[in-house]
Design a protein around this ligand. Structure first.
Ligand SMILES: *[C@@H]1O[C@H](CO)[C@@H](O)[C@H](O)[C@H]1NC(C)=O
Ligand SMILES: *[C@@H]1O[C@H](CO)[C@@H](O)[C@H](O)[C@H]1NC(C)=O
Length: 361
């Protein structure tokens, strides 16, 4: 009798839980490898902070936290909530560390037993460290098999998280994933749209690194344009594909904002606009390091990008203008919100504040 009551209550609660969507997300990733101490995070411009990254053991397929991350991860939630009690924290698993991590994800997802090892350990590690959610950063599912298995993973993760909430009496862990923001980054056809819609709360679309200097060394580029009047790929095009082709509703999607840009060497310092000839691409550079150059920012509203230059040094990036325009786009489009990679690269929280203000409440 008692058991039956609990069970029917459980069913009622879990069906309610399924339909409660997050109100909005002003997200930011903190990356332990960035060197910023957890105590130095300003959580006030954010509703959600992502703590990156936990790993997957390549033999057991369990989620683990490296020994050097154990302490900062364990104090992450209490530290940021000490300054902003409303902020929610998620443990990010995986990340863009290269093909080896992607291969472990792919192998993990192939069998129900391995998926269970991943799921059960992700929940226990997240709970043991007081996180409010789990963020799966598989970069990237890249075959039809991966797509099928990622779908199963999201379904089983959702079931396990709901079950754990009933057992523990706590709010269910939030479920997020970081996903390719454009075919330019990784083919979106390998994402299971309906499973993502049905099982995840937050879908972080990584709409950046579209035109990085390592891939385009011969001319300056807008690295993460919102629009692309000259070609196919842009953040807007990627978001529209997530909405229209994959069928994920806007209220699940967060737009990715890069807090970094890319550097090039101009061939001729007086030919210094977008698509100017260059002698080389020089890799990524933090927003704060671009600001330290002290050069005047230029804004191109057709692409929604900023750039600046000094002599032959040319930087394509997002400054306050681009960030505000992108956040306004996310709001008008009815998206869940936005997220930034990563908070340490900001310059005195200028982009974080500009984004938060542009979104409003
Ligand atoms: C621009 O570069 C020149 C030399 O290359 C340097 O002397 C100057 O300080 C730089 N300006 C800024 C604003 O960094
Ligand atoms: C943006 O840059 C392109 C390429 O240089 C140029 O044709 C266009 O006029 C610029 N748009 C704005 C608004 O500055």
């Amino acid at each position: 009798m008692e058991k039956t009551k609990k069970q029917s209550l459980g069913i009622a609660i879990s069906s309610v839980l399924m339909i409660v969507a997050e109100a909005s997300i002003k997200g930011g990733y903190w990356f332990s490898g960035s060197g910023m101490a957890v105590a130095d995070i300003n959580p006030n411009p954010f509703t959600h902070l992502f703590c990156a990254f936990a790993n997957i053991d390549s033999t057991t397929f369990k989620v683990t936290i490296s020994s050097s991350d154990a302490y900062p991860f364990s104090i992450f939630t209490q530290t940021v909530q000490g300054k902003n009690p409303c902020v929610r924290t998620l443990l990010s698993i995986g990340g863009g560390g290269g093909p080896a991590i992607a291969a472990v994800f792919s192998q993990m997802a192939t069998t129900a037993g391995r998926r269970k090892a991943f799921i059960d350990s992700s929940i226990s590690v997240a709970r043991a460290n007081n996180f409010h959610g789990i963020d799966v950063d598989w970069e990237y599912p890249s075959s039809s098999t991966d797509k099928t298995n990622f779908g199963a993973l999201t379904r089983e993760l959702r079931a396990a998280v709901n079950q754990e909430a009933l057992t523990s009496g706590k709010s269910p862990l939030l479920l997020a994933a970081a996903v390719a923001g454009s075919d330019q980054i990784s083919p979106l056809q390998y994402y299971p749209g309906p499973d993502i819609t049905n099982n995840l709360d937050i879908v972080n679309a990584m709409t950046y690194d579209l035109f990085p200097s390592y891939a385009y060394p011969t001319s300056t580029q807008p690295p993460a344009p919102l629009y692309n009047p000259q070609g196919l790929f842009s953040a807007d095009q990627g978001i529209n594909q997530w909405l229209n082709t994959l069928g994920v509703p806007p209220y699940k999607l967060a737009l990715g904002l890069p807090f970094y840009g890319y550097k090039w060497t101009l061939s001729n310092p007086s030919v210094n606009g977008l698509f100017a000839p260059t002698t080389q691409g020089l890799g990524a550079i933090k927003y704060k390091d671009i600001k330290a150059v002290g050069a005047t920012p230029n804004y191109n509203a057709s692409f929604v990008t900023n750039y600046c230059y000094n002599g032959t040094n040319w930087y394509g990036y997002d400054d306050v203008d681009s960030i505000k325009a992108k956040v306004s786009y996310a709001k008008i489009k009815g998206l869940l919100g936005y997220f930034a990679w990563n908070v340490e690269q900001d310059n005195n929280w200028a982009l974080s504040q500009a984004a938060s203000t542009a979104w409003g409440v």
